[in-house]
Design a protein around this ligand. Structure first.
Ligand code: HPA
Ligand code: ZN
Length: 334
């Protein structure tokens, strides 16, 4: 099974690029930029990654992002991620970035998007990995701040396929961002939103009804609401599930308790993703394998998860269908 997962063509749809910053690169970039990190060594950083909930993770994640100042920093971080997932047979990625984490420290929007985009272009040419970029608003900040960030993004609209919503969920419902998402859709952006990770099913309803989300990021708490599960199935709304993240942040005590198997049994379009792999202990293959083992998933279920992801991409149909065929050929050969 491990070998099958390793070789399987995959798409990643829920990945925060700031969450791919491994401690070694964090130190390297921090040193060259003269930014100190509140840890003495790489080992000390890794030891600090004992999280109890989403906020305890976010506090450390935002501290780590402080080392990123120059375009080359964003390039190097993105390129390191792409090389890792290339070795895992990931064929397409749709990555989130959090502009406000950087612009609020005085780093220009252009610096961030240019560095990330340049690495993605190189990955397309050199590694055969296609990609899309999604810009997330930080939900612990105001709706007005999200609108201001959207304005800053407009000159780079051609590089950004959609907008999303991340950071501290509870107490910051999707409804807080109705105006920003209305404006974003008027400008032609697709929309997604984190919902139902720590927050209640009601936040998933809001993400669908108010933000017109095309995909729900996490969404694992939908299983608490039968009517919502019916809707997600009928409208075939993809859920970008992140198994290791959910266990690391104590959404579930053990992988055996994760709702992923129930989502598949209910006929939902569930996918497997890594969220913040430098912090949660694994990239795509590790997430697939941990979920497969913890939930005793069959090979067919593993393939369904991979197929769902290709179907849920924001790709043009020709590339999407070519990737689906790669997967079918792989399964037929195995
Ligand atoms: N949830 C909310 N915000 C985030 C996450 C997450 O899993 N990762 C990075 N920012
Ligand atoms: Zn996330």
């Amino acid at each position: 099974m491990e070998q099958f997962i390793q070789g399987m063509p995959k798409a990643e749809l829920h990945l925060h690029i700031e969450g791919t910053l491994e401690p070694e690169l964090m130190f390297e970039i921090g040193e060259r930029n003269g930014v100190s990190i509140p840890f003495a060594s790489v080992d000390e950083v890794r030891k600090a990654y004992e999280f109890t909930d989403l906020q305890s993770f976010l506090d450390i994640y935002y501290a780590g992002a402080n080392v990123l100042l120059k375009e080359q920093d964003f390039y190097d971080m993105t390129w390191a991620y792409l090389q890792r997932v290339h070795a895992q047979n990931v064929r397409h990625v749709e990555i989130f970035f959090d502009p406000q984490t950087h612009t609020d420290r005085g780093v220009p929007f252009e610096t961030v998007i240019t560095g990330i985009h340049r690495a993605l272009e190189d990955a397309d040419r050199q590694l055969g990995i296609s990609s899309r970029i999604i810009m997330c608003f930080l939900r612990h900040l105001s709706g007005e701040a999200a609108l201001a960030t959207l304005e800053q993004a407009l000159p780079f609209k051609h590089l950004i396929v959609g907008v999303g919503l991340d950071s501290s969920e509870v107490g910051h419902p999707p409804s807080k961002f109705t105006a920003a998402f209305d404006r974003a859709r008027d400008e032609g952006f697709l929309t997604v939103a984190h919902a139902g990770e720590e927050g209640p099913p009601a936040y998933i309803w809001e993400a669908l009804d108010l933000l017109h989300a095309k995909r729900i990021d996490h969404g694992v708490r939908c299983v608490e609401d039968d009517e919502l599960v019916d809707r997600l199935r009928q409208e075939r709304i993809p859920l970008t599930v992140c198994p290791l993240s959910n266990v690391k942040l104590c959404v579930y005590d053990r992988m055996e308790d994760h709702s992923l198997k129930r989502l598949l049994d209910a006929g939902l379009c569930a996918t497997v993703n890594s969220d913040d792999p430098a912090y949660f202990g694994g990239y795509m293959n590790e997430n697939f394998l941990a979920a497969q083992r913890g939930l005793d998933l069959t090979r067919d279920e593993v393939v369904t998860l991979a197929r769902n992801a290709f179907e849920a991409t924001f790709l043009e149909p020709a590339r999407r269908d070519a990737l689906l065929k790669e997967l079918d050929d792989y399964v037929a050969a195995g």
